[in-house]
Ligand binder design. Structure first.
Ligand code: NAD
Length: 245
C-alpha cells in the first residue's frame, strides 16, 4: 500500500529540484502526478523518468488562464485533484538599496501571486471533489528577515500568511492547507541565486551541520499531502537542520 494510493497530485515548479523529487516520491507512493513548469524540456524529462504515473504540462504560475487550463486538463484526465504542492519559485540576491521595482515585482508575481492563484483555482476543483490537501512551499525567509533578499522574504512571509487565511476559509470544505519552511536546500536555486559557493558556510551554521537535500523536503511534503496529516491545517513546518532553533 502506497501512502498516496489513488490520489492525484499537481506539483508546480516540478521540472527539477524539490518539485521533481516530490513528483518521484509521490508516484512511488501510489499517486498519479502532474508536474508543471516553464522549463519544458526538463519537465518532460522529469515526467519520463517517473514513468506512466506522471505527465508534464507547461504552466506559468503567474497566469490565471494557464492555471484554469491546467486544472481543467487534470480534471479531464483524472477526474479530480487531491493534492497541490505550490512549489514554483525564484530567488535572487539584491540589496534593498539597489533593488529595482520591476525586479521586486517579478519575485512577488511568481512566489506570491502564483501561490494565490493556485489556492483559488485548485481549491475550487477540490471543493467540487469533496476535499484535498495543499502544501505551500515558503522558506525560513518566511519566518525571519532575509538580508539581501527583501522581495523573496516578502513573498515567503505572504505565503505563510495566505496559508493560514486559506486554512481557515477552506477547512470547512475539507481542504487542508499547510506551509513548509526549508532552510538552504542543495538545488539549482543556490546556483541561480548566487549562493552556491556558500554551501560549506551554510552547513556549518546549522546545528545538524549540513544543508538540506530535495529528498528531505519531499518526505515532509509527502506527510502533509497524505491522510497521515489529517488533523494538520494552517500549520508551518520548518525543515532547516535546526538553524531557526
Ligand atoms: P529550483 O530552482 O530547482 O526549482 C524551482 C522551479 O520553479 C524551477 O524548475 C523553475 O523553472 C520553476 N519556476 C520558476 N518560475 C516559474 C513560473 N513562473 N512558473 C512555473 N514554474 C516556475 O529550486 P528549488 O530549491 O527546487 O525550489 C523549490 C521551492 O523551494 C521554491 O519555492 C523555493 O523558493 C523554495 N525554497 C528553496 C530553498 C533552497 O535553498 N533551494 C530554500 C527555501 C525554500
Amino acid at each position: 500500500m502506497g501512502r498516496l494510493d489513488g490520489k492525484v497530485a499537481l506539483i508546480t515548479g516540478g521540472a527539477r529540484g524539490q518539485g521533481a523529487e516530490e513528483g518521484r516520491l509521490f508516484a512511488a507512493e501510489g499517486a498519479r502526478v502532474v508536474l508543471t513548469d516553464v522549463r519544458d524540456e526538463e519537465g518532460e524529462a522529469a515526467a519520463r523518468r517517473i514513468g506512466e504515473a506522471a505527465i508534464y504540462l507547461h504552466h506559468d504560475v503567474r497566469d490565471e488562464d494557464e492555471w484554469e487550463g491546467v486544472v481543467q486538463r487534470v480534471v479531464d484526465r483524472h477526474g479530480r485533484v487531491d493534492v497541490l504542492v505550490n512549489n514554483a519559485g525564484i530567488y535572487r540576491r539584491r540589496d534593498l538599496l539597489d533593488l529595482p521595482l520591476a525586479e521586486y515585482m517579478q519575485i512577488i508575481e511568481i512566489n506570491q501571486v502564483g501561490v494565490f492563484l493556485g489556492l483559488k483555482v485548485v481549491a475550487r476543483a477540490m471543493r467540487d471533489g469533496g476535499g484535498g490537501a495543499i502544501v505551500n512551499i515558503s522558506s525560513t525567509a518566511g519566518m525571519r528577515g532575509a538580508a539581501g533578499a527583501i522581495a523573496y522574504g516578502a513573498s515567503k512571509w505572504a505565503v505563510r500568511g495566505m496559508t493560514k487565511a486559506a486554512a481557515r476559509e477552506l477547512g470547512p470544505l475539507g481542504i487542508r492547507v499547510n506551509s513548509i519552511h526549508p532552510g538552504p536546500i542543495d538545488t539549482e536555486m543556490l546556483v541561480d541565486g548566487g549562493i552556491a559557493d556558500r554551501r560549506a558556510e551554510l552547513a556549518a551554521a546549522a546545528p545538524l551541520r549540513r544543508i538540506g537535500e530535495a529528498a528531505d523536503v519531499a518526505r515532509l511534503a509527502l506527510f502533509l499531502a497524505s491522510d497521515e496529516s489529517a488533523h494538520c491545517t494552517g500549520a508551518e513546518f520548518v525543515i532547516d537542520g535546526g538553524s531557526l532553533a
